[in-house]
Design a binder for this molecule. Structure first.
Ligand code: PLP
Length: 261
């Protein structure tokens, strides 16, 4: 069976992050990709230049068009920009996808420093969307922001923060340790069963544009295939590692380059 995977996220015309990364990741991992576009960004590998928002009603219209016609096996959520969009997407999930696995990537700041979620959006994310998440996939700065504390610097702190994020209502949390140093990149998965660690050799590269989007979309696809959260994350980590390793084959831009699917 080919699972139908819906990405609800922002568009990146340079093809490395957002909806474009999600469609590539979902397709490469054996899913049928669908997309509801929350925002149009004007960006390239060097940074985000501008953001244009469709009216919230139109974002809802896109989602309803999909849900009215197509059964959805998993949803990935990325850039939500503000509280209005976050609230509208949460309502859609509750009304139309209550039993569908939902991976929430709490996208806040792009690598170039541009804000992708304003402060009121962070509040809505915490109070409304996170309780609907099957899996939340923050990196270390995002986790710290959500918890109102300093970024974790050790594995013990990562376990504490991943567990604390579960108490906000997400079923499971994959806290990504990519921002730490070391020979390996360690991610901490907190589920109802406890803590699991995922690891991969660290690749020193500038080609990391869209890695968070790619990982979350791949996990959603794996959940759509019926994999458990632990297996979905393990396989997705292997996939993202391979795409970063292959990124040098691309000649795309002069900033943070995309990964190769
Ligand atoms: N642009 C869009 C539309 C995104 O959704 C994201 C991340 O989720 C980014 C940019 C940020 O990408 P990065 O920080 O990997 O460059």
């Amino acid at each position: 069976m080919i699972p139908n995977i819906l990405s609800i996220a922002g568009s990146d015309p340079s093809g490395g992050a957002g909806i474009q990364a999600d469609i590539k990741a979902i397709s490469a991992n054996g899913g049928y990709a669908m997309s509801v576009i929350t925002a149009l960004t004007a960006q390239n590998t060097q940074g985000v230049r501008a953001v244009y928002l469709p009216p919230v009603d139109f974002i809802v219209e896109q989602a309803n068009a999909v849900f009215d016609d197509i059964s959805t096996d998993a949803v990935k959520i990325g850039m939500l920009v503000n509280a209005d969009i976050t609230r509208a997407i949460t309502t859609i999930l509750i009304e139309r996808a209550a039993t569908t696995p939902v991976v929430v990537d709490p996208v806040m700041i792009a690598k170039g420093g541009a804000s992708l979620l304003d402060p009121s959006g962070v509040d809505s994310l915490i109070t409304q969307l996170i309780p609907q998440a099957t899996l939340l996939t923050p990196n270390l700065p995002e986790a710290a922001f959500l918890l109102g504390c300093a970024p974790a610097q050790t594995e013990t702190e990562m376990e504490i923060q991943a567990t604390a994020l579960r108490t906000m209502g997400a079923n499971s949390v994959l806290l990504k340790g990519g921002h730490l140093d070391g020979q390996f990149s360690h991610d901490c998965l907190a589920t109802a069963d406890g803590i699991d660690w995922l690891q991969a050799p660290r690749i020193l590269t500038r080609n990391t544009h869209g890695t968070g989007c790619t990982l979350a979309a791949t996990i959603a696809t794996n959940l759509g295939h019926g994999q458990s959260p632990a297996l979905a994350c393990t396989n997705a980590k292997r996939y993202i590692h391979a795409t970063i390793e292959q990124a040098h084959q691309l000649k795309v831009g002069s900033g943070h380059g995309p990964v190769h699917h």
